[in-house]
Design a protein around this ligand. Sequence first.
Ligand code: HPA
Ligand SMILES: [Zn+2]
Length: 339
Amino acid sequence: MSNLTDFINALPKAELHLHIEGSLEPEMMMDLAIRNNIDLPYKSVEEIRTAYKFSNLQDFLDIYYQGMNVLQTEQDFYDLTFAYLEKIAKEGVVHVEVFYDPQGHTSRGVAFSTVTNGILRALDDGQEKLGVTSELIMSFLRHLSEEDAFATLEEAKPWFDGRIVAVGLDSSEMGHPPSKFERVFNAARDLDLKLVAHAGEEGPSEYVREAIELLKIDRLDHGNRTIEDLALTRKLASSGIAFTVCPLSNLKLCGVANMKDHPLKKMMQAGLKVTVNSDDPAYFGGYMTANFLSVVEALDLSKDDIAVLCRNSISGSFLTDDEKQQHLDRIDNVVSSHR
Ligand code: HPA
Ligand SMILES: [Zn+2]
């Protein structure tokens, strides 16, 4: 293991952009298909991996929604979530704020409670057995209607006692601007939920502006195209809002042709609070450490840059100020012991 990998793994960090359904590895997809008697359009794990060639977000989403079909029981959601936590615990991730897509499951007849309780039971066990703390974020599918999002918000209400702490917005970005969900986000804010949204992944910087000004989000998912608008970039740099950037995702979905073209370093230099995340690690070829290494190598980031990215992930999380300070102190200790 390289010195750099050791350094990255040793640094306490938070993952703030992870779709739990996107951590479904081909091996588990095959196992669950057998367990649940589901027909897969693939004969082997190799065939599944070969299908993971995407030229844009929609290409990926088509396969991602199809993959979800194997998830049927509460135990399936538990197994999926716990397997992810076991992987990231080895990479120095001390805290994760997990997205899930309830509409991707309720639309095919799996109950909201089945999905949510399976994920939450694994998150509880992850804290107890692996020492990884977590929060759960319910994402609305933006290609569906406002009415459908409102129905999902209503169904989730019993879990707003601290089990689901935030709502997000994901799926096909182009043609589904944040403004479509302004009223839903207003309702979520009235319920004291935190708010995040994907914007500026494929969509223009105008979508980022809408997410900030209309949805009034607490954190921005992706946001790569923000820097096309200098005034917006300056505003977001001074606001200190965190950006959850996902390097390998951007490469696999052809947001960048080459990792050397990735805007992460420019975003950091513009003063944005950038974090590194895996998005859908089973589909995009790597978990947290692989994502860090990909930008560190391509963009020639320093150890100080890596530490800044980890500090940003802690300060950009929904942890309490005391919890944040404890992790930040530990980051300082790791940095000084690697000098
Ligand atoms: O990267 C993403 N973008 C939008 N929707 C998603 N759903 C899972 N991953 C993604
Ligand atoms: Zn995402």
